[in-house]
Unconditional design. Sequence first.
Lengths: 200, 200
Amino acid sequence: MHQGQKSELTKEIILNKSFKLFYENGFKTTSVDKIMEATKLTKGAFYYHYKSKKELGLAVISLKVQRRVHEGMIAPLYKSGNAVEILESTFLDRIKSFPLYDKKHGCPMNNFINEIADYEAAYQLALRKIIDEWRAGLIALIERGKAENSIKESVSSKAVAIYLISAFEGIRGIRKLYDDDIILEEYIAGLSNYIEQIKK
Amino acid sequence: MHQGQKSELTKEIILNKSFKLFYENGFKTTSVDKIMEATKLTKGAFYYHYKSKKELGLAVISLKVQRRVHEGMIAPLYKSGNAVEILESTFLDRIKSFPLYDKKHGCPMNNFINEIADYEAAYQLALRKIIDEWRAGLIALIERGKAENSIKESVSSKAVAIYLISAFEGIRGIRKLYDDDIILEEYIAGLSNYIEQIKK
DNA sequence: TTAAAAAAATACCAAGTGGTATGTTTTTAA
DNA sequence: TTAAAAACATACCACTTGGTATTTTTTTAA
């Protein structure tokens, strides 16, 4: 295998295993040893590719977590079509399609936020970028909805955007506490009513 | 000092310092050593009063976290008066009155939820009890609002209750990412509009 | 083919972890 | 006053942590 290719591949393997272990067990409690055990490589390989665990954490956030949120929650907002319908499908379809694994472990971004956002400024910044991008996408969509007459002009796009995000992230955490989907379905009902009410 | 009194006092000192350190630095990364350093006592004293760090964690959740949420968010729901006004004052007044310290470190309950809820069933249960109590209080208040004709009968109490809680917990995490209150004020606007819309 | 550079393995370190065993001091009840 | 029990201190343990120094293997370019 080519050198550059091999290097990139190894970095990606470490990145993927890290994301999985951070998601399942948290960032701080996942050691470099455990990660490298999962990759079937050794510590020497890790510190050849990453200069510290902190650098790895930042890479996981900006490359894995950001991508995941973007693909699942942000990119769909820019599709063509009725704004309200896009809002509904993005939020409702996604939350309904989560496998048990994702329900159990919550939102990777939210886990990071609540575990290490107040811990170091670098993590704070990397996570903030994701929220800012999401927020911007939602505001743009709501504005679009107003322009195309599917959303009330009286609503504040900024307020709705952050209220949608907050509730979504909140429920991803709360769902962890339960062994069934009852609480999730109540949230879905709440979300449906909320979207319904901003319609024109 | 009396024996029983002294014992209880020591347990409480450990409990208070633990809560503070868990809140500021997380549960897993706060060691028993650090806690006892803060209390000016030693490890021997800790393991005389608590059989493990896990037992301490559960005590902090049920005695400190639960009490805090109860006093700040649940007890006010049962006061007499207009249901909508109580909803507004409870949520809005509380979030507006948070000191910087609380904004920086988020919600103690939410931190616990996202750090260790999927880690052990005992923690999950202890935290679930808090959410269940909060949820029940909100549902009762909303039902009361319907009865006294201040809240629309068409809204689902369960759905509104969990949507309010989710958004509140969500924003407590997200606020950690920012150095100012802009995002918080947008949330407040969103919350105000949300409450406005369930009024009769 | 070969020397250099890249990639990965091995061995190690000081500091920190939850927890235990045992000792010392303080309080209690007689 | 005294012996026992409660409260706390001290010293230690095996294990894990992030990180480094050094060696071995693999790939590259000449």
